[in-house]
Design a protein around this ligand. Structure first.
Ligand code: 5AD
Ligand code: SF4
Length: 479
């Protein structure tokens, strides 16, 4: 079945328009009366930071609507939600195998509610309920604000509910206020993608780019800051493609938004992810020099170092453009840590193309990298080309790229040794007496400290570098 952004299924119970913009309070009260026995919620999250954010919002919403309490094990839950990801292969298989586990729980407790959301929900739609009839709810990333209504329908009518349309209305208008979830918080500023890289399902599962208004974003940041958050990461599939309505009724771009967020009282650190090279303006590169709260770390996926493959992928830029951006960033912020995504084995990728990717990595030098073997995703243009790079060649290229990027990561860690850096203390460490935080360039730092230091930015000297983290020693008394 071709992917299509609007999939209302035969089982589907489309809410009447009058409910499309339902108010959180009124229906909730009625629902509460119906759903006394639901008490606990378990959410299984796959994929990116964006899904983590969505899961947190689902939890906020179900707590506000039904008083559901989050639990750590599916066995203890009255409602199980899966927030899925379909970006790379085997996503559907993983979902079905996890569902098999939940079925056993439901056999014992038939009143339990099981929902499958996120990108697999969007993509598979009614097929999920055909294959796994014990699944009560299927929903896409743009319709989870309707979860309380869907739960209510199920409890009342014992039906399957499927909501995978992408409504015009913004789901953000219908979500309760975000709760602060700790020192470091996320705020989604835009969703979806209009870039249509040939290998990628995101434009089909998350839909077209939609930007939230500046005021909405600032309000959510203020709420999080008031709740104790000191670091905010602005999220979106293409954050720097942000174009949203500003308070002056003009369209604001991403850089304007960054400056506005940076001014919020209480904000110590600002980050964003994920960016597209084609949207890296000079103003944005300069912002790294001008906004003290903006941390020197950028995830900028390039996918390939070969101009030929970049063209086949419809990335819209060549390798020279990528180098130019990196140079400009480093001019403004010499210590910026860079990270990227790479795909090996794209259809038609030759040894020469792959050598160009290795060369790009050597020239740029990344602090971290996410490397993937190409896999055809249903409905994407690339899936119509033969997946013709043999598996063993893909494996070998992946290994070579991993070896190179891991070595670069190791050197980047080692280069921190002896430096004095500011660490934002985030949580207790795994070892007793240890605390854990992050450096400005997003490296994990362990140190001997105290729980009450959580939320503080503390100067420390780096005394040791490990593969994935650093060890620091406090050099100042805490403020
Ligand atoms: N095959 C392999 N990797 C993929 N990615 C996206 N789609 C595919 C695919 N079909 C990778 C890209 C992207 C990251 C989030 O996932 O590198 O940047
Ligand atoms: Fe996918 Fe390309 Fe959009 Fe990134 S920019 S989400 S890789 S289509």
């Amino acid at each position: 079945m071709p992917l299509h952004p609007v999939m209302i299924t035969r089982f589907s119970l489309r809410l009447p328009d009058s409910q499309a913009g339902f108010s959180v309070r009124r229906p909730m009260k009625q629902a509460n009366e119906l759903i006394k026995s639901l008490d606990t919620l378990f959410i299984k999250t796959y994929g990116c930071q964006m899904n983590e954010y969505d899961s947190a919002r689902m939890a906020d919403m179900m707590k506000q609507a039904y008083g559901l309490r989050l639990v750590a094990a599916a066995e203890d839950a009255d409602v199980i939600l899966m927030n899925t990801c379909s970006i790379r292969e085997k996503a559907e298989d993983k979902v079905y195998s996890e569902l098999g586990r939940y079925k056993k729980l439901k056999d014992k407790r038939p009143d339990m509610i099981i929902g499958v959301g996120g990108c697999v929900g969007q993509q598979e739609g009614e097929r999920i309920q055909k294959r796994a009839p014990y699944v009560d709810i299927v929903f896409g990333p743009q319709s989870y604000h309707r979860l309380p209504e869907m739960v209510k329908e199920i409890r009342r009518d014992r039906v399957h509910v499927s909501q995978t349309d992408m409504p015009e209305i913004e789901k953000f208008d219908h979500l309760p206020k975000a709760e602060s979830h700790g020192v470091s918080g996320c705020v989604t500023i835009m969703e979806g993608c209009d870039k249509f890289c040939t290998f990628c399902v995101v434009p089909y599962t998350r839909g077209a780019e939609i930007s939230r208004s500046v005021e909405d974003i600032l309000d959510e940041c203020r709420d999080q800051l008031a709740g104790g958050t000191v670091e905010i990461s602005l999220l979106g599939q293409n954050v720097n493609a942000y174009r949203g309505p500003g308070p002056d009724e003009e369209e604001w771009d991403f850089t304007m938004l960054l400056y506005a967020v940076a001014e919020l009282p209480g904000l110590k650190r600002l980050r964003f992810s994920t960016s597209h090279p084609m949207e890296m303006t000079s103003e944005l590169c300069q912002a790294f020099a001008e906004i003290p709260q903006l941390m020197p770390y950028l995830h900028l996926p390039v996918q390939s170092g070969s101009d030929r493959v970049l063209k086949l992928m419809h990335r819209g830029h060549d390798r020279e453009t990528y180098f130019r951006i990196i140079n400009e960033l480093r001019e403004h912020c010499p210590d910026i840590a860079l990270s990227s995504d790479f795909i090996v084995g794209y259809p038609g990728e030759t040894d020469e193309d792959f050598a160009a990717t290795m060369d790009l990595v050597e020239r740029v030098g990344f602090d971290s990298a996410y490397c993937f073997k190409y896999s055809p995703r249903p409905g994407t243009p690339a899936s119509k080309s033969e997946d013709n790079v043999p598996e063993d060649v893909k494996d070998e290229r992946l290994q070579r790229l991993l070896t190179l990027t891991r070595e670069q990561a190791r050197l980047a860690m080692q280069a921190q040794q002896g430096k004095t850096i500011d660490v934002l203390v985030e949580k207790d460490g795994r070892r007793a007496g240890d605390m854990e935080g992050r450096s400005p360039d997003y490296k994990i730092v362990h140190f001997r400290g105290q729980h009450r230091q959580i939320g503080q930015v503390m100067a420390m000297s780096i005394v040791e570098a490990y593969g994935q983290s650093l060890r620091g020693e406090l050099i100042l008394a805490d403020s």
